[in-house]
Design a binder for this molecule. Structure first.
Ligand code: MRU
Length: 378
């Protein structure tokens, strides 16, 4: 069960919105996630007291974005362990809550591994639960560190690729502090450019159908005081044609071993546009998003979401994932919809992959494997 409460998040300083936090009230530990379905209208925490509530929060995109899904998955395992639920069953449920972002299963595996290791070493359930929680906290911290490193590498790359004045950067979906223990992935690079006085304009794709760009990236950009402009996804072509884009910066949900990038649907058309207009197309993601076990892009499972997200406007509260028939209809009753949550961009359209360990460009199987083999701080 999850109850909702109006958290004190309205007073959070610009740029420091906590996407999730572990709390230990007298009634027992809980995971509180900032309910992203309700942004930007309201900053409300969603209190998850058990794994089914967290799984529902993941499926309905209250908590979302690849790195954050990994962190949430790890805390979810800790939650099950601390509250005495079946940890293996909880891990299974969490790992399969959404299929595309590889970070989710990775985070779950790490916390479960720490839990099982502790039991094997003779610890009791309480100590094993503490080990799972410590692992979730470690992952949370590591993600913040990775985020800072990606921002450094990404800014250096932008400076190399776009010499001269300020950058006009186009981004898609939401890749900032809302998806991370730190400042995020692609948006962390834009934030670093902003702080360095180099961000001339952040072009924000609205990101149909659930509007992660309009609701979340614009919210983060406004809080950070960036110069940003929102556009309908299908306006991107005319923006490129007008010579208004210096670089595209996106995140990733899974990068296959060959460098194919699964990210929010609409990323692939941007890559095609970028190539045609000779604009760098940069993917920013932690190495935990690179899945060397998935050989090529065609093996990446792309999540298919319900058609009513397209045929009805459901994005305003109560939020994405609302029951069919409860939104404002925008198509005739019974219309079939095609609603993949992600698309896959082939490596030849990606100028560079930026990770905390450095940059791969051109994007090759060997280059990616090499980068993933390096220590985190390499
Ligand atoms: O469906 P969502 O909102 O979870 O999709 C998120 C994205 O596609 C992000 O671009 C991706 O997770 C990278 S975030 C660092």
């Amino acid at each position: 069960m999850a109850d909702q409460f109006a958290a004190s998040m309205a007073s959070v300083e610009p740029g420091s919105v906590p996407a999730l936090r572990w709390e230990e009230p007298p009634e027992g530990p809980v995971l509180v996630v900032l309910d992203q379905r309700r942004l930007p209208a309201e900053e409300v925490g969603l209190v998850c007291t058990d794994v089914p509530a967290l799984v529902d929060a993941v499926r309905t995109l209250a908590v979302r974005g690849a790195p954050l899904l990994g962190i949430a998955g790890a805390y979810g395992v800790a939650l099950a362990a601390v509250r005495g639920f079946d940890v293996v069953e909880a891990a299974e449920l969490l790992a399969h809550a959404r299929p595309t972002a590889v970070n989710l299963a990775y985070g779950v595996r790490r916390a479960l591994g720490a839990y099982e290791e502790a039991l094997k070493d003779g610890s009791g359930p309480a100590q094993a639960a503490a080990a799972a929680l410590a692992e979730a906290r470690a992952l949370h911290r590591e993600d913040a560190e990775a985020s800072a490193r990606m921002a450094e590498h990404g800014l250096a790359l932008l400076e190399e690729l776009v010499p001269g004045g300020g950058f006009r950067v186009l981004t898609h979906c939401n890749t900032g502090a809302l998806v991370s223990g730190g400042e995020g992935t692609a948006l962390a690079v834009a934030s670093a450019a902003h702080r360095a006085g180099r961000l001339r304009r952040l072009w924000v794709d609205e990101t149909r159908p659930l509007l992660q760009g309009a609701r979340l990236t614009a919210y983060e950009a406004a809080r950070a005081g960036m110069a940003y402009t929102l556009l309908a996804d299908n306006a991107a072509g005319s923006l490129f044609a007008a010579g208004e884009v210096d670089a595209v910066l996106i995140g990733a949900d899974r990068i296959a071993a060959d460098g194919s990038v699964a990210n929010k649907v609409g990323s692939y058309p941007l890559a095609v546009l970028a190539r045609y207009h000779h604009v760098p197309f940069l993917v920013v993601a932690p190495v935990t998003t690179v899945d060397l076990g998935t050989p090529t892009g065609s093996e990446i499972e792309v999540e298919q979401r319900p058609g009513h997200e397209i045929t009805e406007f459901t994005v305003v509260p109560p939020g994405a994932g609302a029951e069919p028939g409860t939104g404002v209809p925008v198509a005739p009753l019974g219309t079939q919809a095609y609603n993949p949550a992600f698309d896959v961009t082939p490596p030849e359209l990606v100028t560079a992959v930026v990770t905390e360990n450095g940059v791969v460009s051109p994007v090759t199987r060997a280059g990616l494997a090499e980068l993933c083999g390096r220590s985190r701080r390499g």
